[in-house]
Design a protein around this ligand. Structure first.
Ligand code: UDP
Ligand code: MG
Length: 140
């Protein structure tokens, strides 16, 4: 196992619910180190760029409209096997199918508005971290 960095987003639904603090504390309690954090709102075009891999999917327009609909919180977390472990902490894409105690079960609304995003591979993390943060903003 290696120390990895992964990008996580608190999506507009969870920011509207005001559960940013709970989500950050939840991840921190699992032993991960917060190396970057910012609140921002994506434009539709920026959301389309971020989710480019999904451009052919039927939910692409809905997803990018949602992701640009309000403020989000972007974070980089660091730790052993962080990419896979944070995906586990998040739970299944559909909150109804997510395991008890996962972030999506706790805070998600539906399959689209599911509270959090997390990089799904090293390749995704290598695209997603610099999408939001410069090297100077990553404080290990
Ligand atoms: N999504 C959606 N409808 C679907 C599947 C996914 O709106 O039927 C949204 C949802 O917000 C999800 C994102 O698109 O988190 C990316 O989908 P993916 O299958 O990559 O899920 P994830 O990796 O986020 O669990
Ligand atoms: Mg995915």
């Amino acid at each position: 196992m290696a120390v990895e960095r992964t990008l996580m987003l608190i999506k507009p639904d969870a920011v509207k619910k005001g559960v940013e603090g709970e989500i950050i504390a939840h991840v921190q309690k699992q032993g991960f180190k917060l190396v970057a954090l910012k609140k921002l709102q994506l434009t539709k075009q920026q959301a389309e760029k971020f989710y480019y891999v999904h451009r052919e999917r039927p939910f692409f327009d809905e997803l990018t409209t949602f992701m640009s609909s309000g403020p989000i919180v972007a974070m980089v977390w660091e730790g052993e096997n962080a990419i896979a472990r944070i995906r586990e902490i998040m739970g299944a894409t559909n909150p109804e199918e997510a395991e008890e105690g996962t972030l999506r079960k706790l805070y998600g609304t539906n399959i689209g508005e599911n509270a959090v995003h997390g990089s799904d591979s090293k390749e995704s993390a290598d695209y997603e971290i610099p999408f939001f943060f410069s090297g100077l903003e990553l404080v290990g």
